[in-house]
Design a protein around this ligand. Structure first.
Ligand SMILES: NC(=O)C1=CN([C@@H]2O[C@H](COP(=O)(O)OP(=O)(O)OC[C@H]3O[C@@H](n4cnc5c(N)ncnc54)[C@H](OP(=O)(O)O)[C@@H]3O)[C@@H](O)[C@H]2O)C=CC1
Ligand SMILES: O=C(O)[C@@H]1CCC=N1
Length: 267
């Protein structure tokens, strides 16, 4: 059984820890996390009974696989502070936006094992979507083990690093846009007189069902949209407004802005 450590214990690390513990991939005693304060660590300890420490170096000493789960602005400094403990055998898994494999190799050495990844917060409910980019020192068996961790809380794919900015736009950050869409649809239902809590359930379940249809039917999203639009009916009226208001171009522009920001952060 591999020991898994997390430097950083915020939103994303919490979602991953929740995912791997709930899917019984690792025992809680084999997971350790560190953070700046005890606030998030205490919550994770109470909920999942994992080991916690305020010392990132303790995490590295006690882990075979070390997740770097701190914000990009402090990432390099934190990695620098533990680099002497990262031997040839440990695997460093970064989840940070805008941190390239080469920038990590510059800090810990290009002979070290690194996997750059991009997960998303639906990991918390076992519906995560993650991308993994291994560096040249990662062996197939090691990639399989780490991919298994990501698959334990959703789906994952191995991609070339050149795709990671697009991954951030379409899955890493996209839960935020989808939550906005659900909130806006529910607002409209509230306008129509529906109690708010009920409106969130109706809106969210519809998004869940629509997403499942795209994945399971294999049909083009346009064809699935057409199946909902009865001639002269209600749906096409809404579609007309969405087209007039530039919904598609808003979404494309928003996701492109996200991708551009990710590229900028990597420079
Ligand atoms: N949120 C998301 O949806 C996603 C985030 N990411 C990436 O995940 C990373 C973390 O983001 P997120 O979880 O949202 O951020 P959070 O702000 O929620 O968490 C950051 C964590 O880092 C800890 N921390 C701060 N300083 C240090 C330090 N010096 N040493 C050790 N730990 C420290 C914080 O401690 P404390 O608990 O005390 O505050 C906190 O636990 C980012 O790099 C982001 O790009 C990737 C995919 C999705
Ligand atoms: O907003 C961010 O920068 C991080 C990366 C992907 C999701 N959250």
């Amino acid at each position: 059984m591999k020991k898994i450590g997390f430097i950083g214990a915020g939103n994303m690390a919490g979602a991953i820890i929740g995912g791997i513990i709930k899917s019984n991939l690792v025992e809680s005693q084999n997971v350790i996390a560190s953070a700046k304060t005890m606030t998030n660590l205490n919550k994770l300890k109470d909920e999942y009974n994992i080991n916690v420490t305020l010392d990132a170096r303790e995490v590295v000493k006690n882990s075979d696989i070390v997740f770097m789960a701190v914000k990009p602005n402090i990432f390099d400094g934190v990695l620098e502070s533990v680099k002497d403990l990262i031997g040839d055998e440990k695997i460093v898994v970064s989840i940070a936006a805008g941190k390239s494999i080469s920038s990590m190799e510059n800090i810990i050495g290009d002979d070290k094992k690194i996997i750059r990844t991009m997960p998303n917060t639906p990991a918390l409910v076992n519906e995560g979507m993650s991308a993994l980019c291994p560096n040249k020192n990662i062996e197939d068996a090691e990639l399989k083990i780490v991919k298994g961790i990501f698959d334990s809380f959703g789906k994952s794919e191995v991609v070339g690093e050149y795709l990671i900015d697009s991954v951030i736009g379409v899955s890493g950050s996209s839960p935020a846009y989808v939550f906005m869409f659900i909130e806006a649809m529910a607002d409209a239902a509230v306008v129509g007189g529906m109690p708010r809590k009920q409106a969130y359930n109706f809106a969210a379940q519809s998004v869940l069902g629509a997403a499942k249809m795209v994945i399971e039917s294999g049909k083009h999203p346009g064809e699935l949209k057409d199946m909902v639009c009865s001639p002269g009916g209600t749906t096409i009226e809404a579609v007309k407004v969405l087209e007039n208001e530039g919904m598609r171009s808003s979404v494309i522009n928003a996701v492109c802005a996200c991708i551009e920001k990710s590229k900028e952060m990597s420079k």
